[in-house]
Design a protein around this ligand. Structure first.
Ligand SMILES: *Cc1c(COP(=O)(O)O)cnc(C)c1O
Length: 389
């Protein structure tokens, strides 16, 4: 096979027409501030996202990183406090911890690419909060994880940037811990350029986060606001750290959130085609999914047996238009970084994670690829694996 692949790995689908029409309506009204619009698109989005996830409260904010910072502040995380988190995640996660002045305590990840629950159990006594990253959509055994954290008195914040629409044992990701945080940034499962969503069942955390996000005295207009008596406990205590979502973003997100189940189905059709084409290739291993996990296959990962052969394999694929990201680089590349690139985090020894990252290859699965594209990609990867791995 000598065919090359020519489609870009970073092209989104267009924003759906009903979303564009809604955005134009908002712009014609001039009312782009969530607390100036009546009715408010942001409040409607909060109601709809709470209903979709089954949460009592939802809050729309400016980014996924803001969502995580807001959740940590509401849980009382402050300067110098240790916060447990995955040793393998993307930079916004340790960045959000650094932004509140807290100190990441990194936990090893396993060959399933999830947080290592034995290492979590060993380190759980060191912090009061776990910022759990469902990195690249891989969900750990949430029953065991919650049992470990509950026993140690550790509150769990879920980073669902890659698991919006996914679930463990039928319970949506973001609904296991105290707070779930999502990103609506262009490369995630819904696209408003930038944006974030937060869910919780806890009325006190909801009120604190609404106040933190910059609600002035208009907090009752949040789509799923707790009662006034709850706000009365926190008013004046919470600083205003502005990070509201605006009407324009909410307008384009509402139709996309409604479409999420269908988009997840389309992603998984592509993921399943890629996974079966990558299974049983020489020198490469696909990541087996647990039976309790329902995922949204917006990216796919494989482990190479021999890290020393990875650079030539990647070069062979790239020359034919197939892009892998490799987490084994000595320096951060584009969106890809490893814990030893985060100089603002105290250096920590994670031998198991480092050995996995040296072998870890990662590919985006944009919805602009069709099933023929997936077959072309796996054909090229198979050729190059035979040559180089
Ligand atoms: C994108 C992302 C976030 C949040 O990112 P924002 O760009 O701030 O919305 C959080 N965690 C992970 C793993 C991400 O990839």
């Amino acid at each position: 096979m000598t065919e090359n692949f020519t489609k870009p790995f970073t092209r989104q689908e267009p924003i759906p027409e009903p979303a564009i029409e809604a955005a134009v309506r908002v712009m014609r009204s001039g009312a782009l501030h969530r607390y100036g619009a009546d009715p408010s698109e942001v409040a409607a989005l909060e109601n709809e996202f709470a209903a979709q996830t089954g949460a009592k409260h939802a809050l729309a904010v400016a980014s996924g990183g803001y969502a995580m910072g807001c959740a940590m502040r509401a849980l009382g995380v402050g300067p110098g406090d240790p916060v447990l988190t995955n040793g393998w995640t993307l930079a916004p996660v340790p960045g959000a911890i650094a932004a509140v002045g807290a100190k990441p305590v990194l936990v090893e990840v396993g060959e399933d690419l999830c947080i290592d629950l034995d290492d979590l159990e060993a380190k759980a006594g060191q912090a009061r909060v776990l910022m759990l990253s469902h990195m690249r959509g891989h969900i750990a055994d949430m029953r065991r994880l919650m049992a470990i954290c509950d026993a140690a008195g550790v509150a769990v914040i879920e980073d669902c940037a890659h698991t919006m629409g996914a679930a463990w044992d039928g319970v949506p990701s973001g609904r296991w811990g105290a707070v779930g945080c999502y990103s609506c940034q262009t490369y995630k499962h819904v696209n408003s350029g930038e944006g974030g969503l937060i869910v919780t069942d806890d009325p006190d955390l909801a009120a604190k986060m609404i106040l933190l996000s910059g609600s002035y005295m208009l907090y009752a207009r949040n789509g799923t606001a707790p009662d006034e008596e709850v706000f009365a406990r926190h008013k004046g205590e919470m600083p205003n750290v502005s990070g509201r979502m605006d009407e324009l973003r909410a307008a384009i997100l509402r139709p996309q959130v409604a479409d999420l189940p269908e988009q997840a189905r389309r992603w998984n059709a592509r993921y399943d085609a890629l996974e079966s084409g990558l299974r049983n290739l020489p020198g490469l291993r696909v990541i087996e999914r647990a039976k309790d996990e329902s995922y949204v296959g917006s990216s796919i990962q494989v482990l190479a047996d021999d890290p020393a052969r990875v650079p030539d394999f990647i070069a062979g694929c790239v020359a034919r238009g197939v892009e892998w990201k490799w987490f084994g680089h000595a320096t951060a590349q584009g969106f890809t970084s490893a814990h030893h690139h985060w100089a603002y985090v105290e250096a920590q020894s994670l031998p198991q994670t480092d050995a996995i990252l040296a072998r870890l290859l990662d590919m985006r699965v944009p919805l602009t690829f069709d099933l023929d594209d997936c077959a072309t990609i796996t054909g090229i990867v198979a050729d190059e694996a035979k040559k180089h791995l």
